[in-house]
Design a protein around this ligand. Structure first.
Ligand code: UD1
Ligand code: CA
Length: 465
């Protein structure tokens, strides 16, 4: 959009978070907090977006590396007014409207910002030099209060710590989102002082500067205070997470996904799920995960950065990470799929089976108590209970290869590197250390002895002695 730029304030430490991590990098539904206002802004296509960084600036810049934004540095945090002064440097010569918002308002939407810009640029009324979004709060403490004169015009914003007893009672508060004419902003920002409770340059003082000089100030009151809430502590962070989660769940439900108990379901905004999939309570689906249609994701499953094909069932309490699974797989209950698991259509992984960096072909099964690591397994293979790929010799990892339709008996150890040919059989309890040709049987078993009456004899010895 022409004659429209934005400054996003993200230089502060966020002291009230009590954290080593800068506030704007705390995750909200799987993405750093700062990601959300930047996304909302991008829907308005500003000419320029300047992010003001300071505290842990390398980390904050790193988190925004893929975004089309430029950065301004505020070396020491001397207040929001000073932060904007720094943010104006890269905007030298810019004419038009500057939207200012904080990196700590993750719930803001593009729709609200669009409506705000339209409001600020509305025709007819005298064009304001500053507009701000306000909200009504039953408990306004912590926020700057919006002071209006007898005619209802906004004349000032007074910070919580600077309020007198009467001002404390004002329920209308400043959201910290402003649209300011660029020329007025560059002149006005230099007039800010630090005579206040925190000894900082307060950006909201721009309101009284505009009002006093007879310029127009206009205020748009947002009806959903949650959307413009600033996140200052971890209680508010939890609220933001809950709201964001609900938005994602609502979107998924409206697109045909069943969520049995939305209050107890944790799905990141980055997740995509197909129609008629059912998500049971206690499920966590995070990161870049795609789940096909007609799947069932049972209670307590955790799925991260994975692809699950359609018509699959993830049974209760399975933990799945960086895995690719085809159609109609059945996983769990209590299965663990670690990075690099690649399962073809119809694969079955049962309880207490761990799979790491392994490929399993169509219809292969490992139904009970197994460790499969660094293996390439063909199709139609049956892996018996208690099978272990011994992939590590203490120095390096080695590969196990199992051909199509091979049958691995229970309690087998496959000492890698080793290969079991197509259609071969491994007898129960075998330790396989050499390659098995296709169609062969391999078995290592000590002779079985049965000594009749052994227990009675033992008892007799004991009673004599
Ligand atoms: C601010 C407003 C307050 C408003 C509230 C809405 C001021 C002085 N007060 O208060 O009127 O009701 O937001 O949420 O502006 N920042 C910097 N550099 C600094 C200081 C802050 O970049 O020197 C950044 C922070 O990283 C943050 C944003 O500015 O993203 C807001 O700062 P914060 O300390 O959270 O302001 P509030 O006390 O919430
Ligand atoms: Ca804040």
């Amino acid at each position: 959009m022409k004659n429209f730029a934005a400054i996003v304030l993200a230089a502060g430490k966020g002291t009230r978070m009590k954290s080593a991590l800068p506030k704007v990098l705390h995750p909200v539904a799987g993405a750093p907090m700062i990601d959300y206002p930047i996304s909302a802004l991008s829907s308005l296509a500003p000419e320029r977006v300047v992010v003001v960084v300071g505290y842990c600036r390398d980390e904050v810049q790193g988190a925004l590396a893929s975004r089309r934004v430029s950065f301004a540095v505020q070396a020491s945090q001397r207040g929001t007014g000073h932060a904007v002064l720094c943010g104006l440097n890269p905007l030298a010569g810019f004419k038009g409207d500057v939207l200012i918002l904080s990196g700590d308002v993750p719930l803001i939407t593009g729709a609200t910002l669009k409506a705000f810009l339209k409001f600020h640029r509305r025709r007819g009324a005298k064009r304001p030099v500053v507009s701000l979004i306000t909200m009504m709060l039953a408990n306004p403490s912590g926020y700057g209060r919006v002071v209006r004169n007898e005619d209802g015009a906004v004349v000032a914003v007074v910070e919580d710590k600077d309020c007198d007893v009467e001002q404390k009672k004002i329920n209308e508060v400043n959201s910290g989102i402003y649209l300011v004419d660029a020329d007025f902003l560059s002149a006005g920002i230099k007039k800010l002082g630090t005579k206040n409770a925190q000894g900082e340059y307060y950006l909201p003082d721009l309101i009284s500067i505009a009002a006093r000089s007879g310029h127009g100030v206009s205020a748009l009151t947002h009806l959903d205070p949650q959307e413009v809430m600033g996140i200052n502590n971890r209680v508010e962070l939890a609220t933001a997470n809950r709201v964001m989660r609900m938005r994602t769940l609502n979107r998924l439900m409206l697109s045909g996904v069943s969520v049995v108990d939305p209050e107890a379901t944790y799905i990141d905004s980055t997740v995509k799920i197909g129609m008629d999939t059912v998500i049971h309570p206690g499920v966590h689906i995070t990161g870049k995960t795609f789940i096909g249609s007609r799947c069932s994701i049972e209670a307590g499953a955790m799925i991260h950065d994975s692809i699950i094909g359609e018509a699959s069932t993830i049974k209760a309490y399975s933990v799945i990470e960086s895995t690719k699974a085809g159609k109609a797989v059945v996983i769990g209950p209590f299965a663990r799929l670690r990075p690099g698991a690649r399962l073809s259509e119809g694969v079955r992984i049962g309880n207490f089976v761990e799979v790491k960096k392994s490929v399993m072909g169509k219809g292969s099964k490992a139904n009970h108590l197994s460790y499969i690591g660094d293996a390439v397994i063909g199709s139609g293979v049956n892996i018996g209970a208690g099978t272990i790929t011994c992939n590590y010799d203490g120095v390096s990892k080695h590969l196990t290869r199992i051909g199509d339709r091979a049958f691995i008996g229970s309690d087998t150890q496959l000492v890698a590197p080793v290969k079991v040919g197509k259609g071969a059989y491994v007898g129960s309890g075998t330790t396989v250390t050499r390659n098995v040709p296709p169609g062969a049987l391999v078995i290592t078993r000590a002779d079985e002895r049965v000594i009749e009456g052994w227990a009675d004899k033992k008892m007799m010895k004991k009673s004599k002695g």
